[in-house]
Design a binder for this molecule. Structure first.
Ligand code: HPA
Length: 248
């Protein structure tokens, strides 16, 4: 099985020293992907903000990243996303598995492979943007590892890079969003367009704007390092569980 993990803020450490580095050329530009082998299985690791975290969320080349994974033969992938908490579904310092998103990026980035002409006109369904098989694998692994994780949640994706106003967060809460970030919707849409089975996991590093009496503050690095470690272990475990019947 060829799998991938797409990591973001704070995830540099998932790559490890033994990974092979590849530069993959795609019709959308270059993507850097790291490779780890485990027996017959291959795991690719992609850092969406680039090596050294240099690319802001609205300028990430999402299409090159997802196209590279597709070219490498990836059939299942799990994204890891830092978020700010809007409801108590995922509190700061805790983990979640998404089941819905709201895309509030407002067209501020390239978010489709279907651009007409040679690329075709297609409208990909988003009824179930995240693979139920991968979500079930994550839930099962979390139980096995005694990791506490919220099994559902709605992610609202802003364009960034600025953070939100309290008025925006109040609106997102009324819309039903549980947490806010700047990357997951775009990656999920593109993965679905390529047919890569996809799931998204989150870890919260702050209360969203206006929800913390002390102003906007982020959890300590030590705590976020610890929850990222726990989440990446869980994600790797879930991807290594093989199923007789792949498919959504
Ligand atoms: N807003 C948007 N993206 C984020 C936040 C936030 O509060 N925290 C982590 N990513």
């Amino acid at each position: 099985m060829i799998s991938a993990i797409i990591g973001g803020t704070g995830c540099q450490r998932i790559v490890g020293d033994d990974a092979l580095r590849h530069e993959i050329s795609t019709p959308y530009g270059l993507a850097v992907v790291f490779e780890r082998k485990r027996g017959d299985d291959t795991l690719y690791l992609l850092l969406r903000h680039g090596e050294g975290h240099v690319v802001p969320p609205h300028l990430v080349n999402y299409r090159a990243n997802i196209a590279a994974l597709k070219q490498l033969g990836v059939t299942q992938a799990i994204g890891i996303y830092a978020v700010g908490s809007i409801t108590s579904v995922v509190l700061p310092g805790t983990l979640g598995i998404m089941d819905q998103f709201i895309d509030f990026t407002g067209g501020g980035r390239e978010a489709t492979f279907f651009t007409g002409n040679g690329s075709g006109v297609r409208h990909i369904p988003m009824v179930a943007p995240f693979s139920s098989r991968l979500r079930a694998a994550l839930i099962k692994e979390a139980a096995r590892m005694s990791i506490s994780i919220a099994t559902k949640g709605t992610y609202v994706c802003t364009n960034g890079p600025r953070l939100e106003t309290p008025a925006e967060i109040g609106m997102f809460r009324r819309w039903g969003a549980d947490y806010v970030g700047m990357t997951a919707a775009t990656e999920t849409i593109l993965a679905n367009e390529t047919g890569i089975e996809f799931a998204g996991t989150v870890y919260s590093i702050n209360w969203a704007a206006g929800l913390d009496a002390e102003g906007l503050s982020f959890i300590e690095d030590e705590i976020s390092d610890r929850i990222i470690d726990r989440l990446t272990t869980l994600v790797e475990g879930a991807l290594s569980v093989t199923f007789a019947q792949p498919g959504h």
